[in-house]
Design a binder for this molecule. Sequence first.
Ligand code: GLC
Length: 549
Amino acid sequence: MSTASEPQDIDGFAWWQRGVIYQIYPRSFQDSNGDGVGDLAGITQRLDYLRWLGVDAIWLSPVYTSPMADFGYDVSDYTGIDPLFGTLADFDHLLAEVHRRGMKLIMDFVPNHTSDQHPWFLEARASIDNPKRDWYIWHDPAPNAKGEMGPPNNWLSEFGGAAWTRDDATGQYYYHAYLPQQPDLNWRNPDVRIAVHNAMRFWFARGVDGFRLDTIHHLFEDDAFRDNPPNPDFREGDSPTLTFARVHQVDLPDVQDVLAGFRRLADSYDARVLVGEAYLPLEKVMAYYGTPARPGVHLPFNFHLIGAAWKASFIADLIAQYDGLLPPGCWPNWVLGNHDRARIATRVEPANAPLAAMLLLTLRGTPTLYYGDELGLTDVKIPPERVQDPWELRVPGFGFGRDPVRTPMPWENTAAGGFTAGEPWLPLNDDLAHKNVESQRADAKSLLRFVRDMIALRRRTPALAVGGYGIIESRGEVLVYERLWGGQRLTVFLNFAGTTVYTPLAQGNVLLSTIADRTGETVSNLLCLRPHEGIVLDTPQQSESDENI
Ligand code: GLC
């Protein structure tokens, strides 16, 4: 289902359409100075690994100056590097080394809120008539049902509790979609736009290739501050943050205007990309592409595989639904995991990790791979005394926080995994003996080697990198889809069952299996798939039924 506006030549696709993005959580990739926390110089040391793996672009979670209440998602200087991660010179060096290897660098950017230690907020909270007061969202207290004065309305923070904190100096409340240490900026104030654009220009001018824009669905709130209605879908056991339907708190139409401004800015430089985080239903995510007259971000993250039922039929429907909803000329993308959600190998169980990797890397659209998923890392149990994530602390009993998915990258089978010469800020995985880069690099049957082969196949095969879909269907527990480009047809078979299955109507040569021993095998009709096996078949023949594709 490629659209008329898509290029006919693979060279006509942008790097961010053809390529694979790899997310690094900087605290956990590589420590270079023995303080137990990863840093920029450490990432630079490991770039050859990423080149070897074959990824095209790196997305760095925030490395800006920050008090680290939310580990960098609370920025106190948008144009500074936090000393924990290094210096601006370290950043420039990293960027140059990324570019020297032909890769791209995408920075995280957090436009929705700053740290409460940002000079803008320190000024804003100094007095009601401070010129920066209106850069944030303030409101007088309001009476609750019992007539007691309290927060202005019933809005809740994503991390639990009221989204309002009383400021003792003035008695007013300020709004924060996340922690009290993360006050929301007021995007209705034009000076905020100018200041944030200037910060983005600073990095674009240094040569960064794009931004991943944090939580853009939160940029605006209802300016009449109306209460949210009860959430009709709320079920016992759900997070208390879901008590109300957040209709007045997220996804307001005004967001699109700000995104269009970001896009104009990005487009004033050459070949930059904007990726956007908006956890919303698929139909709503589409609005974040903007319109041809007023484009939004290039890639609004499609998170829907993260919550998907691990069933062939469910995922076949999801693929078709997503592709069908995409506005003309808009480019799809897929994500299996990130620093906020349980790891894929935990969600689908380790035996399915290779299948999940093949799915991610054969779907139409830009894949984003989360560091460590190429090794099949699972969530790491964190002893209570080592918990770091504020989410855990603020919502006792709600999950286990996000530390388990942010643990240090295991490079080798040594106590600290080659990650640090010091004490790692979070424990490493206890299955380090086989889940580490060095061991898996040496093992031709490892997940790491499979992921590398899969990326290489994607890179050299236009049908996989940019082709459209043919059929998308489930045959029992097997998910089947075709990728088409020019005269080439590839068919992907993914066996979701824990048993061997035979699938008819399969033709061609095996290009790759998740179990590394079938490349070159010829299949005519009946394809045997072992438990959790995925296969990419080169199916050159065109049949009559293809004409309508
Ligand atoms: C995004 C980030 C998350 C962070 C939150 C607040 O959802 O991915 O890690 O806590 O925004 O900035």
